[in-house]
Design a protein around this ligand. Structure first.
Ligand code: NAD
Length: 313
């Protein structure tokens, strides 16, 4: 199926994620069955969607005249059997409990057509082992980030049996919604961002537990360094700017040598200073690359200072 032909989707679970994912589909002109076992959750979902849409309109992201039409496309229901009829894409965003997800996939498998793509918004679970469905080739993770109507990323994660068509379809569908899908090569628990976030959480907890720095100072340190750099160079390209030879020495000194870095260093690919590291800078000079980086850092710094981003929210 072509993602441009998708007319109707179903979102199961109308909590923190489900309500706002439903909103994003509706903003893209797609009809959404929003299903929850709890009627109160559906009422809250509609209240929150209205408030989210107002925020987007206040910031000029949507026009306020569109809001009634967007709301009309969202069909709240406690009846999955009705909502699942004639749906092209079904995404579960129920609680992160394996037994609950297994039962939701059992119902979706029974109620949806055999062509419906079944997706999970799980943060970390191996739904490919949990879900027992007839066609595992149509099961995929599409992992969104809160709040979904603002954060661009959706991680698209295939299981061992997910077909390449389903992966492409899902990524294209996310693009149609205005999202920035990143397709992982294979399933690993927590995917890309939550894996990185977990490493941060462990380190932060260690510092707090040991009283090495105050919460305020840790956040100020992060915001005034990584906060300026990461939006520009990401987590990997930053290594090229540091210099892979230095990274290699640091890794050796803490007993964590990584084959990939060793290999590049041995080949003389040290990062920006040799115009090739983990990334290839196509022969551009160090000055040229650094000038572009600095221009972007300065734009970022100006903006962050302008909005007082270094103060706590
Ligand atoms: P939530 O608790 O806010 O919402 C879950 C909703 O699912 C509730 O409204 C509940 O009534 C409903 N539900 C439970 N069982 C159901 C069933 N059988 N059928 C229909 N509805 C059912 O949870 P959340 O924070 O929105 O998380 C949902 C999923 O998204 C989880 O897998 C979570 O790991 C993932 N996720 C969460 C975040 C986040 O920031 N909260 C971010 C990314 C992914």
């Amino acid at each position: 199926m072509d993602s441009r032909d998708v007319k109707s989707v179903v979102i199961v679970g109308a909590g923190t994620m489900g309500h706002s994912i439903a909103q994003v589909f509706a903003q893209a002109g797609i009809d959404v069955g929003l299903v929850d076992i709890n009627k109160g959750a559906l009422e809250r979902a509609l209240r929150l969607i209205k408030s989210n849409l107002k925020t987007l309109a206040d910031f000029g992201r949507i026009s306020s005249v569109e809001i009634p039409k967007i709301l009309e496309r969202i069909h709240p229901s406690t009846d999955l059997a009705v909502a699942a009829q004639e749906t092209d894409f079904a995404l579960e965003a129920v609680v992160e409990v394996p037994d609950v997800k297994r039962e939701v996939f059992r119902q979706l498998d029974e109620l949806c057509s055999k062509d419906t793509i079944l997706a999970s918004n799980t943060s970390t679970l191996d739904v490919f082992s949990i879900a027992d469905i007839r066609q595992p080739s149509r099961l995929v993770v599409s992992h969104w980030f809160a709040p979904p109507y603002i954060i661009p990323l959706v991680e698209v994660v295939p299981g061992p049996k997910t077909s390449s068509e389903v992966i492409t379809f899902t990524a294209n569908l996310m693009e149609r919604l205005g999202k920035r899908p990143v397709i992982m090569k294979r399933f690993v628990p927590s995917f890309i961002v939550n894996r990185i976030q977990q490493a941060i959480i462990i380190t932060v907890m260690e510092m707090l537990e040991n009283g090495w720095a105050t919460p305020e100072d840790i956040d100020l340190a992060v915001k005034t360094s990584l906060g300026v750099r990461l939006p520009i160079v990401g987590a990997v390209q930053t290594l090229d700017f540091t210099g892979l030879d230095l990274i290699y020495d640091i890794q050796n000194s803490v007993g964590m040598a990584v084959g990939l870095i060793k290999e590049r260093v041995e080949q003389g690919h040290l990062g920006v200073k040799t115009s090739k590291g983990i990334y290839d800078y196509g022969g551009r000079s160090e000055e040229e690359i650094l000038q572009k980086r600095d221009e972007l850092y300065l734009k970022m710094l100006n903006y962050l200072e302008d909005i007082n981003a270094f103060d706590p929210v």
